[in-house]
Design a protein around this ligand. Structure first.
Ligand code: ADP
Length: 451
């Protein structure tokens, strides 16, 4: 087992990794920017190294600074969390050449899944059904026209290097195609440094269903069931749950089997998430894979009792899957997560500033993953997620009842948050009945809720 792990992240996930390390008896090194001097991950790690100014390009994304911090503190592994360098194949390679274990899959697999058009091809070859789409990148007007006439409308133009719900354009009809194509290329260039885009059929009324996988270094792969993340705003998840109210035991078995087969085919190691859209008939289509821990991993932990961050560390240290996940593991009960973000609920503008009151709910079946506290200052430079509120119940109604009372007692003053929006989602009859898809928030808006 590792002696010391450097945590190349901030916020709630950095603290979450500290928890896992403490339980495993591993020492921790926090890295932080000048804006995060008073952050909790700095306070609770055994050591901390300042790696630069507030802007993440000069600190959390600065590979030489992160590697130097690991070398100076003699850390033997780096956990990248999510975001920042977590899916940067180059960073994973630099870790390896510096003799530091990167806690994640191999650089080759990270690179493959980071090129979403290539991932589609490889996953098709490995037996996963994918959304019908273009055969790779569409680079010219002639190529986009020809691909669009094969696929039909509506369709979606997506950035090959995309992520975080950015770089996606829905095209309803042919007359909009070329304008949207050039906008999508420009957006992709600006956001991801590459204009490469590809096309997919737009799956209407779909649900976002994803499978949590774990693979060890010896070719063993398993899955820990699905999460449903269809409650989204601007293609970004805001409520997640496990199991999905729409996935039957039969669908779970079919999807789970093909996921394991595909992951075994590419020799996937460590934690990862295979994402699908499921249409109204229960047919599912691969959209992408994330080669890291997800924001919403706690809902899986709550229904499987597997600590996914500890599992990542144990796998990276060479432990075998069977000693981490008991054979025949099943989901038990139901869990829901609300992503509480620091945003104006009307305009969605990030709401930075000092928190004056911060009261988090507790009691049976309630978990709060956060790194903020009363008097903490939310800097304007980073992601707006301030807390994840997770509840578990013996069944979905109990998880909903717990979430409802937990949201009533979640008090944040001094900055604006999404708590009021989450209360409305939980109170919605369609949400309560499990009748929703990725358009849920749009329908919600028509009934007067700002979302
Ligand atoms: P990102 O990497 O930016 O998160 P994804 O490919 O995972 O992008 O898609 C994010 C969300 O966008 C999905 O959960 C879904 O709501 C929507 N989406 C993506 N592809 C399609 C598609 N082909 N048809 C309909 N919706 C889609």
């Amino acid at each position: 087992m590792f002696d010391k792990i450097l945590i190349a992240n901030r916020g709630e996930i950095a603290l979450r990794i500290v928890y896992a390390c403490k339980e495993l008896g591993i020492k921790t090194v926090a890295v932080y920017s000048e804006a995060d001097r008073n952050a909790l991950h700095v306070r609770f790690a055994d050591e901390a190294v300042c790696i630069g100014p507030p802007h993440s390009s000069e600190s959390y994304l600065n590979i030489p600074h992160v590697i130097s911090a690991a070398e100076v503190t003699s850390a033997d592994a780096i956990h990248p969390g999510y975001g920042f360098l977590a899916e940067n194949a180059n960073f994973a390679e630099v870790c390896e050449t510096s003799g530091i274990t990167f806690i994640g899959p191999s650089p080759e697999v990270i690179r493959l899944m980071g090129e979403k058009d290539r991932a589609r091809r490889e996953m098709t070859a490995a037996g996963l059904p994918v959304v019908p789409g273009s055969d790779g990148i569409v680079g010219t007007e002639a190529e986009v026209r020809s691909a669009a006439s094969d696929i039909g409308y509506p369709l979606m133009i997506k950035a090959a290097a995309g992520g975080g719900g950015k770089g996606m354009r829905v095209v309803g009809k042919e007359s909009e195609l070329l304008a949207q194509f050039s906008t999508a290329q420009n957006e992709a260039r600006l956001a991801f440094g590459s204009p490469d885009v590809y096309i997919e059929k737009y799956v209407t009324r779909s649900r976002h269903i994803e499978f949590q996988v774990l693979g060890d270094k010896y070719g063993q792969v398993t899955h820990l069931g699905e999460r449903e993340c269809s409650v989204q705003r601007r293609h970004q998840k805001i409520v997640e749950e496990s199991p999905s109210p729409a996935v039957t035991e039969e669908i779970r078995k079919t999807m789970g089997d093909v996921v394991i087969k595909a992951m075994s085919a590419i020799g996937y190691s460590n934690a990862g998430t295979v994402e699908f859209l499921m249409d109204e008939e229960g047919k599912f289509y691969f959209i992408e894979m994330n080669t890291r821990i997800q924001v919403e991993h706690p809902v899986t932990e709550m229904v499987t009792d597997v600590d996914l961050v500890k599992a990542q560390i144990q796998i990276a240290a060479g432990e075998r899957l069977e000693s981490i996940v008991p054979p025949g593991l099943r989901q038990r009960g139901h869990a829901i997560e609300c992503r509480i973000v620091a945003e104006d609920p009307e305009t969605f503008q990030p709401s930075a500033g000092r928190i004056s009151v911060f009261h988090i709910p507790g009691g049976t079946g309630v978990r709060v993953d956060t790194a903020v506290y009363a008097e903490a200052v939310i800097p304007p430079y980073y992601d707006s997620l301030i807390a994840k509120l997770i509840t578990r119940g013996k069944d979905r109604p109990e998880a909903i009842a717990r979430m409802t009372r937990a949201l009533e007692m979640f008090v944040v003053e001094g900055i604006q948050t999404s708590v009021s929006t989450h209360r409305k989602i939980l109170a919605d009859p369609d949400f309560q009945a499990g009748r929703y898809d990725t358009h849920f928030m749009e329908r919600f808006r028509r009934t007067g809720v700002p979302v």
